[in-house]
Ligand binder design. Structure first.
Ligand SMILES: *Cc1c(COP(=O)(O)O)cnc(C)c1O
Length: 422
């Protein structure tokens, strides 16, 4: 499918007058419409709720939009919990799915009333030691091991992942937790990441529903919810077929009716913790071509770099690029599109066929709305960009200002040599 940005060159030239590139731009309309489609796809399940994975796009303005759409939040760290609290999320609107969890984060999560999702059986003792009790509602993370296959394709390798408990462990965990006062149980698993197929959630649901029936039979635990977690992906490449969330919801419904309903478990609520699917396509990184270089290859140097969007450097991830205003020009130039880090992997694209790029052209780097800004860092003394929201009425709101050198030096605020540096 052809990838078109949600913003026009004319709009960007206007935005650029006030906000210098690079910046992130999010599409409020797209976010809301997508969240609505997700909600509809699971509306057949009475207790359904999406807990947005905060780590994908930790911005309170984004969280508030999702809150208005009925979502909760999935947090994995202290500051994510703090942001959830600041946005007014509380109690069962917060899922705390972390691993290798510092005890003080368990304590803080409980202070907010969050549902705790335990990554390991040994965390039961840690949790009890920290809180002095075991919460009535608690969730455990499952890892079936092996490889996760759909048809004959290996989707991911849970046996190699650090997360979750084995079957024997989760069974024992339920028995122990129940003995210590837990009354309502959740089951969680995240078995494959960025799946671009409608089959992932239904297959995962089957595994977890069967597990739920078995755990109920063997431990007598009341299974209150099944958490399908994240992993529903997006088509980063133009030739990929996007997921159809309605088809996915229907596939999960079938599994629910085949497995849970006959077991007398038709009251189990479903949760999801989607990040990428919720925000990925609705955020772009806007950057400007500032240099061209012709050596052994053709390079376009832009004013963003890997600190703004790490995925290409880190995973070799593909992010589609549109040269604004040249959407219909022939892609007859092969470029490496680079940032300015002193690292040769600082490339947004390698050997990419694009229209001829001139200095000053604006480039939109697609699908950066999740795990984009949030993976940013400060290597080479680079500063984080602004995040902007393109609102439904076409206006633009700052939802995070760009970092300044003062922010970069802020952790030296105990020594005064930076005081007068301008
Ligand atoms: C990262 C993460 C998610 C979100 O993953 P996506 O691939 O963005 O959907 C959900 N749950 C947990 C526990 C995670 O760590």
């Amino acid at each position: 499918m052809e990838k078109r940005p949600f913003v026009t060159l004319k709009q960007l030239r206007e935005i650029e007058k006030k906000y210098p590139t690079p910046f992130y731009l999010y599409d409020e309309k797209g976010i809301r419409e997508n969240a609505k489609r997700l909600k509809e796809a699971f509306s057949w399940n009475k207790g359904y709720r999406e807990y947005f994975a905060v780590k994908a796009t930790p911005n309170p303005f984004i969280l508030n939009i999702l809150k208005e759409m009925g979502c909760g939040v999935d947090c994995s760290s202290m500051t994510e919990l703090m942001m959830a609290k600041a946005c007014g999320f509380k109690d069962d609107e917060i899922m705390f799915s972390s691993n290798d969890t510092p005890p003080e984060e368990f304590a803080y999560a409980r202070k907010l009333g969050a549902i705790i999702n335990l990554d390991d059986i040994t965390h039961i003792a840690c949790l009890e030691e920290t809180l002095g009790y075991i919460p009535e509602t608690i969730s455990c993370r499952y890892n079936p091991g092996g490889v996760f296959k759909i048809s004959n394709d290996i989707m991911d390798n849970p046996g190699d992942a650090k997360y979750g408990m084995t079957y024997e462990q989760i069974r024992e965990a339920f028995i122990t937790l129940k003995a210590k006062g837990a009354k309502h149980f959740g089951i969680h698993a995240f078995l494959a990441s960025n799946t671009v197929t409608n089959e992932y959630y239904p297959m995962l649901a089957r595994i977890l529903f069967e597990l739920a029936v078995k755990l109920k039979e063997e431990t007598g635990a009341h299974i209150a919810f099944v958490n399908l977690s994240g992993g529903v992906g997006i088509p980063y490449r133009p030739d990929q077929e996007p997921n159809d969330i309605a088809v996915i919801g229907e596939g999960v419904r079938k599994a629910y009716e085949e497995i849970l309903v006959p077991a007398g478990m038709g009251d189990v609520s479903l949760c999801t913790e989607l990040g990428r699917f919720m925000l990925g396509p609705y955020g772009v990184l806007v950057t400007k071509a500032i240099h061209e270089k012709h050596t052994y290859k053709e390079y376009i140097g832009v004013d963003a770099c890997a600190v703004n969007l790490m995925r290409p450097a880190m995973y070799g991830a593909y992010h589609h690029i549109t040269v604004m205003g040249k959407e219909d020009a022939p892609a007859d130039h092969m470029y490496d599109v680079t940032g300015s880090l002193c690292e040769n992997n600082d490339k947004f694209a390698i050997d990419r066929m694009l229209p001829r790029i001139d200095r000053g052209d604006l480039l939109v780097i697609h699908d950066a709305g999740a795990h984009g800004f949030s993976m940013g860092y400060n290597y080479n003394g680079k500063l984080r960009s602004a995040e902007l929201l393109l609102k439904e009425d076409g206006s633009v709101e700052t939802i995070r200002r760009a970092e300044t050198p003062a922010d970069y030096f802020a952790t030296f605020d105990f020594c005064d040599i930076f005081k007068d540096v301008q």
